[in-house]
Design a protein. Structure first.
Length: 279
């Protein structure tokens, strides 16, 4: 849903607190697949893709996070809309945050930023570079927490794109406890974990003609869809329903597949209608 920046009450916040709050909310909109909302919430400090954020008067650590946030959003939105040079712009913004983090020995923050830069390279098709950078980032991240979970999911995407599906499966299964134990993990991120597992089982099942793997994929899709329903994330739910239909078709369950396709269309329609709303 569209987030109007003027509706965010920041009267009780300092300039630094407001900037940090806007970044957190905007990155949350990324999880909810709402680029319009992310751009709106950042409007007072950032005019959008292709521009630099206004960090005048902010503390250096706040400015670094603003650069990280705007770079991350630039890479994400630029990829969605296939904007030329968006990934390079994103890397440049995120690099400014890394410069501060590394000079102040903020290793976790620097590693998180490096993982985002790696994803920019992956979006441009530079798979090997992305893999190397993600492994380096994971070596610097703690053994648990949201930052590591996000980096692992990025690495899974990299391995899928390189057709290294068993490597992707190992990453997901070896780290299952991480994704299930973090109580503060955003629902869309937990859903992404189950969705990646489903994609992996479906892909391996197709390659090896193993119907039981398709059933595993359906189980993971169902878990992902449940979490997205709780999160009221209709964009991702529609995608999950569509993917479930593909698997059901492979199992010859055509009536169920049609039902899931209908549900996918309903979720897309619901999301489209809500994009015209303001909160």
């Amino acid at each position: 849903m569209k987030l109007a920046s003027q509706r965010l009450d920041t009267s009780h916040l300092s300039r630094d607190e407001e900037a940090l709050s806007r970044c957190e909310i905007a990155l949350g909109q990324r999880d909810n697949e709402n680029p319009q909302g992310a751009l709106e919430i950042m409007r007072p400090v950032w005019s959008g893709l292709g521009t630099r954020p206004n960090t005048e008067g902010l503390k250096p650590e706040t400015a670094a996070y603003v650069f990280f946030c705007t770079g991350t959003l630039t890479g994400w939105i630029g990829s969605r809309h296939q904007i030329k040079d968006a990934q390079e712009t994103a890397r440049n913004l995120i690099t400014e945050s890394i410069t501060y983090y590394e000079s102040n020995n903020l290793k976790r923050e620097a590693a998180e930023a490096q993982a985002e830069i790696a994803y920019c390279y992956w979006r441009e098709g530079q798979v090997n570079e992305a893999r190397i950078m993600l492994h380096e980032a994971l070596e610097r991240l703690p053994s648990g927490g949201l930052k590591r979970a996000r980096a692992l999911l990025k690495l899974v995407d990299v391995e899928h794109s390189a057709a290294r599906h068993y490597d992707a499966l190992k990453i997901l299964t070896d780290n299952s406890s991480l994704f299930t134990s973090i109580r503060t993990l955003p629902l869309p991120v937990k859903a992404s974990y189950h969705n990646e597992l489903a994609i992996t089982w479906r892909t391996i099942g197709t390659a090896e003609n193993q119907p039981e793997y398709f059933q595993r994929a359906l189980t993971e899709y169902k878990a992902a869809e449940h979490l997205l329903k709780l999160a009221k994330n209709h964009v991702y739910r529609a995608s999950i329903k569509n993917n479930e239909a593909v698997v059901l078709t492979k199992l010859g369950r055509f009536k169920e597949a049609h039902k899931h396709l209908d549900q996918a269309r309903e979720n897309r329609s619901f999301q489209a209608s809500n994009l015209n709303c303001t909160v």
